[in-house]
Design a protein around this ligand. Sequence first.
Ligand code: GDP
Ligand code: MG
Length: 162
Amino acid sequence: MKPVIALVGRPNVGKSTLFNCLTRSRDALVADFPGLTRDRKYGTGQLGERPYLVVDTGGLSGEKEGIDSIMARQARLAIDESDAVVFLVDGRAGLNAADQVIADFLRQCGKPVYLAVNKVDGIDPDVAASDFHALGIGEPYQIAAAHGRGVRSMMNRVLETF
Ligand code: GDP
Ligand code: MG
């Protein structure tokens, strides 16, 4: 079985951009896959010899208070069916209250969670990432999904336990 990697985070942090980066191959979009529903966007990708499934969750609003409105049902289901979660935050926008609420949820989800500080192109990545240690998710990976920067080394770590 391919490990299933869920991409989560508030809107506009770059989830769909990372999804495209991770599935950049012919026929990457998964129309039908046993045990997975169709209302989330699935794709396949491969790192070296290791194939994976990646899920783009569009459903986090992040705008109202409370875990239910921030973690839309769809995103929670995607987390449930995943083997690991990549939690994206926006390195340009800085730490956001919604990031903190999502982090609190993810710390209890029982899945391995990898924090990715995205959009570090053209800014100091260490300065951008330093804010996000406060989320308590561990050392952030510094990436620029739009350019593929840092994505391979992060995925090496995400996939090494499967
Ligand atoms: P989503 O709502 O989380 O799926 O975010 P999107 O993937 O739609 O990206 C939101 C915006 O951020 C778009 O305008 C992207 O072009 C931009 N974006 C995504 N990744 C990067 C990046 O690595 N660097 C920069 N500078 N912009 C990015
Ligand atoms: Mg999106």
